[in-house]
Design a protein around this ligand. Structure first.
Ligand code: KIV
Ligand code: ZN
Length: 501
């Protein structure tokens, strides 16, 4: 029988540490709900001691999620652990995850502590966490660059104090698969009490080896993998959830492993995370990229037409990539709209639904029919902009001509305040962004700008992603509309609102 691997998702914690990502509480809740639907075993909801916003998001997720374990991260410090517990104490299945570095390089330059001090802190942190919660995970940060003999001692201390999961991070993505397998094998051979705990791995992708390293560890007996949707995370990201899960599924013959993931939810989860974080998925990304199931060469197309398995190792429907037949138009009512949202997996409160329906009507007036993809984009835009301080209240643009340069007049609103600003620019998009910048008196530098069509046709919804740098801080904003200038203004404002938040 296949052995069960626990999927620990850290999209909302390590994933949110990707440059430019800044999710609001409502967006985090929606992602957490989708992760639960996907069937992840553990959701790392955040790092409560990091900020009041993080604390609040973790607390709200803990109150909402019933099936998955909800985990909060804490440094091996009493205040962090107390704060983590405060945030998750209402969860149906809470877990505290505490960590401290064990490599000499981190001890000397970052912590400025001796090995003995860190050993003591690790044990004390686990003991404090266990005083609150029966489910405690411990991570020796930068494990792959730590002295293995010292690492074994720290892990033994964590087990003695009651940690049930020992997570081995390749924090800087330095390991290569055979070497990482050796480290995990060494832990199984040398750490007293290891047979009573779950060994987990957390691999970063700096050398593009995060998934390969995680799989090498599973072959050695690790039974929890920490990963993120679309491989988001610090720097080059973490091991990608969809790649781990589908490798385990497709190569069950060799690995003899299983997960509790409902793989048909993978595509939707990937889209949701991409649209809410503003991080597009590269077209050739394994499993969830636009081209992951596209055959270009004639030989491949011919083979697939004769027998799908000649060139396809997975069925597209296994990852939930199926065409939706939903079509709504301007005559569709609130009820039909709400039904389709539910079919797509969105559950909006009455008041939220009314507002999202207003936006649907605006777009349906401009576009003859709205597909499932369009409706999903409307719901996601609603979630992205919900709670943002400034809203786009009106706009007018002129493309200019020989005599007059392109210009834009933008009106923004928050509560009882309304500001209107006119600007000229190199083009209408530039003018609209300048008007927003001037109206809110924010000095932002444009780093990147991309436009994609959500569905086909000349009246397709345009999906604009903008990355800004504001005083050294990167933020990503996204906006949709049938009009590219309006979509750009919405994306720009979305990014600026994140900075304000
Ligand atoms: O990469 C890392 O070491 C981490 C730990 C907090 C597990 O994210
Ligand atoms: Zn990490």
């Amino acid at each position: 029988m296949a052995d069960r691997v626990y999927i620990f998702d850290t999209t909302l914690r390590d994933g949110e540490q990707s440059p430019g990502i800044s999710l609001g509480v409502r967006e985090k809740l929606e992602i957490a709900e989708q992760l639960q639907r996907l069937g992840v075993d553990i959701i790392e909801a955040g790092f409560p001691a990091a900020s009041p916003g993080d604390f609040d998001a973790v607390r709200r997720i803990a109150g909402r999620i019933k099936d998955s374990v909800v985990c909060a991260l804490a440094r091996a410090m009493p205040d962090d652990i107390d704060r983590a517990w405060e945030a998750i104490s209402d969860a149906a299945r809470p877990r505290i995850h505490t960590f401290i570095s064990t490599s000499d390089i981190h001890l000397e330059y970052q912590l400025k502590k001796s090995r003995e001090e860190v050993l003591r802190m690790a044990g004390e942190a686990v003991a404090r966490a266990r005083g609150y919660c029966p489910d405690v995970e411990f991570s020796p940060m930068d494990a792959t660059r730590s002295d293995p003999e010292y690492l074994y001692r720290v892990l033994e201390a964590a087990i003695e104090q009651g940690a049930g999961v020992l997570n081995i991070p390749d924090t800087v993505g330095y390991a290569i698969p055979a070497e990482f397998a050796e480290l995990i094998g060494g832990i199984f051979d040398n750490v007293k009490g290891i047979e009573d705990v779950i060994v987990s791995v957390h691999c970063h992708n700096d050398l593009g080896l995060a998934v390969a390293n995680s799989l090498a560890a599973l072959e050695q007996g690790a039974r929890q993998v920490e990963c993120t949707v679309n491989g988001l995370g610090e720097r080059a990201g973490n091991a990608s959830l969809e790649e781990i899960v589908m490798t385990i599924k497709v190569r069950k013959d060799r690995l003899a492993l299983d997960t509790g993931i409902n793989s048909q939810e993978i595509s939707r989860t990937s889209r949701l995370v991409s649209l809410l974080t503003g991080y597009p998925v590269q077209p050739n990304k394994a499993i969830v990229g636009r081209n992951a199931f596209a055959h270009e060469s004639g030989i491949h197309q011919n083979g697939v037409l004769k027998e799908r398995t000649t060139y396809e190792i997975m069925n597209v429907s296994d990852v939930g990539l199926v065409e939706s037949d939903i079509v709504l138009g301007k005559h569709s009512g609130r009820h039909a709209f709400s039904e389709q949202l539910e079919r797509l997996g969105f559950y909006l409160e009455e008041e939220e639904l009314n507002r999202a329906f207003g936006r649907f009507k605006e777009l349906a007036d401009k576009k003859s029919s709205l597909s499932g993809g369009d409706i999903e984009a409307i719901a996601l835009e609603y979630l992205r902009t919900e709670g943002q301080e400034w809203k786009l209240a009106g706009y007018e643009v002129h493309s200019g001509g020989k005599e007059a340069p392109p210009s834009a007049t933008i009106s923004l609103e928050r509560e009882d305040e309304r500001v209107t600003e006119r600007a000229i620019g190199d083009g209408m998009v530039d003018a609209a962004c300048k008007a927003i910048r001037t109206a809110l008196d924010i000095d932002a530098k444009l780093i990147s700008f991309t436009v994609e069509a959500i569905t086909g046709g000349l009246d397709a919804l345009g999906d604009v992603t903008i990355q800004l740098d504001v005083k050294g801080r990167r933020v990503v904003g996204r906006g949709v509309s049938t009009d590219i200038v309006e979509a750009s203004a919405r994306a720009y404002l979305n990014a600026i609102n994140k900075i304000i938040r």
